[in-house]
Design a protein around this ligand. Structure first.
Ligand code: NAD
Length: 484
């Protein structure tokens, strides 16, 4: 049955073309799949933690067996160097699985809380229960870990998952099907391949939870679809993450870390530094240091570097080319359309109303803005508010605290970039335009669980005053309640 259904889902994906005559059939296949998940969840609601943990162990084993397939797929989709595929994709997933295997029993255990004297005597506790069936829609930039990390959370919390990976990373998507169908029954975890139209068809169904990662623009469409059924939703959206540098920290090391975070995966990282905001007097020195670090990492022509990736597809490549038009490129700017190569590029002081500043860049172009006063910084950070990540390089505690306390953002790193993502003890998510909700480790478990507060009462104490007919005066009651 399992392989038949997988075949049906693959068949469905391949035939779901934007033709009207296919629509009814395909929508009904989605409804069938959803129903299969619903029945699975109903039958296994009380599925033991042991079964979940056993499946996570099996998942880890299959990941090890398929390691080379994962690396090959990421190479074919994004020309990801194996080092990056291991550190920023596979390792993240392995760590997440380990965290769940180690802690799931503790996270899932009912938690006692002290009771209220108003209800004395009572036992009060919290029960974490799975929502049911989770729809996950994922992007292409880290097409393996941005699927698997939330999936581990959803499954660990006891949900079933219908996953739609990005159509722009088709090789990774095939490996995901391969891995997940080897570990989970189809009605526990299913992969539905397809484009935006398939995602729209999935969104028409009533799900118990929706977990979406992708652009802010599509996030709004997902949120509207979720609102239709009042389905709870997590939105992991785009970032326009600033990197504020005041010049008090070592500039060369600062430049090295910025270059690493910016050009990893060819700039296609949601938490990559989007732009630099440097104190004017240090601007030239920082630019010099950035150029040196780019060349140390990728040589003087990154096209020949085995450690430099490519842009995902032509549409995105063209968007980046358009972003660069009429800008003052101070380094790089080399592009080779036929191999989707876009070299590391620095741009001096783009206008605030240009697309480079107004939109998320999501590519290897780094604009350098400068400031003189805190007011200048405020103007930029207020205009580009609610980034997914916020980076500040400084040795000045007051400066650091002023920035990290005064501006809203998803998460922050002081004197480095990206690394907050790698600590499963920290929640990862955005705010406002950069998202709603946060996950990783225990935060994923809590996010994908509904917490039921329960009060268990006994009968031996039953104050008659709470029942009608009520006492004529409430002053005694007021006095008592004031003191408990
Ligand atoms: P995208 O929004 O174009 O696509 C993401 C997913 O949404 C894909 O599976 C796609 O098929 C689906 N989709 C596209 N259009 C849709 C529509 N109209 N209706 C329903 N579904 C639709 O994003 P992308 O180009 O794959 O990824 C890039 C964006 O994702 C960037 O903005 C990046 O910052 C963001 N991102 C955020 C995070 C995060 O964790 N916050 C991580 C990675 C990427």
């Amino acid at each position: 049955i399992h392989s038949n259904l997988i075949k049906r889902v693959q068949f469905f994906s391949s035939i779901f073309k934007p033709k009207k005559e296919n629509k009814a059939m395909n929508s009904s296949m989605i409804t069938d799949l959803k129903e299969a998940h619903y029945q699975f969840f109903k039958a296994h609601k009380k599925q033991s933690l042991k079964v979940r943990i056993d499946h996570l162990k099996k998942l880890k084993k299959v990941l090890n067996e398929k390691e080379q397939d994962i690396f090959n797929a990421l190479d074919r989709d994004l020309k990801k160097p194996v080092f990056e595929s291991f550190t920023s994709e596979l390792l993240m997933v392995q760590k997440e699985i380990d965290a769940f295997i180690k802690n799931l029993k503790e996270w899932a255990a009912p938690k006692r809380v002290s009771g209220s004297l108003l209800n004395f005597p009572s036992q009060d506790f919290l029960l974490s229960e799975p929502y049911g069936t989770v729809l996950m829609i994922s992007p292409w930039n880290y097409p393996f870990q941005l699927v698997m990390v939330p999936l581990v959370g959803a499954v660990g919390a006891g949900n079933t998952v219908v996953l739609k990976p990005s159509e722009s990373a088709p090789h990774t998507s095939k490996v995901l099907i391969d891995i997940l169908s080897a570990v989970f029954p189809y009605d526990w975890v299913s992969v539905v391949e397809g484009d935006a139209q398939v995602a729209q068809a999935l969104l028409k169904e009533r799900w118990d939870y929706i977990f979406y990662t992708g652009s802010t623009q599509v996030g709004k469409i997902v949120a509207k679809a979720a609102a239709e059924h009042l389905t709870p939703v997590t939105l992991e959206l785009g970032g326009k993450s600033p990197c504020v540098v005041d010049g008090t920290a070592p500039l060369q090391k600062t430049a090295r870390r910025i270059v690493w975070g910016k050009f990893l995966n060819c700039g296609q990282t949601c938490i990559a530094p989007d732009y630099v905001l440097i104190k004017s007097e240090h601007k030239d020195a920082l630019i010099q240091a950035l150029i040196e670090e780019i060349e140390k990492a990728f040589g003087d022509d990154a096209q020949n570097s085995k450690d430099y990736g490519r842009i995902i597809h032509e549409k995105h490549f063209k968007k980046l080319e358009a972003d660069l038009k009429n800008q003052k490129t101070i380094y790089g700017g080399k592009t080779v359309a036929k191999e989707l190569f876009f070299g590391p590029t620095l741009v001096d002081q783009p206008a605030m109303d240009s697309s480079l500043i107004q939109d998320e860049i999501f590519g290897p172009i780094l604009p350098i803005l400068s400031y003189d006063t805190l007011e200048d910084i405020d103007e930029v950070l207020t205009e580009l508010k609610n980034p997914l990540a916020f980076y500040v390089f400084s040795q000045n505690k007051k400066f650091i605290n002023t920035l990290i306390q005064n501006y809203p953002f998803g998460g922050s790193v002081v004197n480095d970039v990206l690394v907050h993502f790698t600590n499963p003890k920290l929640p990862f998510g955005g705010i406002g335009n950069s998202g709603v909700g946060a996950y990783h480790g225990k935060y994923s478990f809590d996010l994908m669980s509904h917490t039921k507060p329960i009060v268990k009462r006994s009968f031996w104490l039953d104050l008659p005053q709470r029942y009608a007919p009520y006492p004529k005066s409430i002053s005694l009651l007021q006095n008592i309640l004031k003191h408990i």
